[in-house]
Design a binder for this molecule. Structure first.
Ligand SMILES: [Fe+2]
Ligand SMILES: [Fe+2]
Length: 235
């Protein structure tokens, strides 16, 4: 792994986002960029990350001199290998965006939180399009031991998650929006979302994997291409 170091402590705040962009735009997967900032770069990085489809991750630490040392890397070092790998990564990606919304809301950065919430809802719609419109239609699932169709249960939860997400997105647009008015809604959805993803990965994904593995190679790769196109290169 190689690392490049840049000192941006003398860069004007209004130029920081562009400066960081030039530092990381050609950074290959597996490499890192270490950047020193005079002020907390969280908002600059969140906003750049939004432009870059949430493809960046970073760790921030304080130096003894009180500056902000940030190590930036790409979200994933290798591209997804198959449909279920792509969906699991998309869960993580959506979770990471949602955590950013919670963090920024708690810090009272409602404009940035709202922008990431919008990107989250857009990403969620794409994710659900893969699960509803592609996989659930292509693969029929038998009822489980309790007589329930696991696909139907998951699809019902999707509607609930999407409705709650849209409601939260709208609540950022209220003129009297405050962290206190939005944080409780975010907390409820965070719990619901992680339970859903866990159950889905435990109950539905093994069935989908089994069905996809039985399909002929040409059908498998066509499905993978369709899924990646629907996720729109975000992974
Ligand atoms: Fe789902
Ligand atoms: Fe999912």
């Amino acid at each position: 792994m190689t690392d490049q170091y840049t000192d941006l402590t003398q860069t004007a705040p209004s130029h920081l986002q562009t400066a960081v962009f030039y530092e990381i735009k050609d950074m290959p997967r597996g490499e890192t960029a270490t950047i020193l900032f005079a002020e907390d770069p969280a908002i600059v990085l969140h906003s750049l990350n939004l432009q870059l489809r949430n493809n960046l991750r970073w760790e921030i630490s304080r130096t003894e001199a009180g500056q902000w040392l940030t190590v930036i890397h790409r979200a994933e070092d290798v591209p997804p290998v198959d449909v279920l790998d792509a969906l699991k990564r998309d869960h993580k990606r959506l979770d990471a965006m949602f955590s950013q919304v919670i963090h920024l809301t708690d810090q009272n950065h409602l404009v940035q939180a709202h922008a990431i919430m919008q990107a989250f809802v857009e990403g969620l719609r794409r994710h659900l399009a893969v699960e509803h419109d592609i996989l659930a239609k292509a693969i029929r699932t038998p009822p489980n031991a309790m007589g329930q169709d696991p696909t139907a249960a998951m699809m019902q939860e999707h509607n609930e998650i999407l409705n709650q997400s849209v409601m939260i997105e709208l609540s950022f647009e209220e003129t009297d929006a405050t962290p206190a008015s939005i944080s409780p809604l975010l907390a409820i959805l965070a719990g619901y979302l992680s339970k859903h993803e866990y159950r889905e990965e435990a109950s539905l994904f093994p069935i989908w994997t089994g069905a996809i593995n039985k399909a002929p190679e040409a059908a498998r790769s066509a499905l993978f291409a369709q899924v990646m196109a629907t996720l729109d290169g975000t992974l």
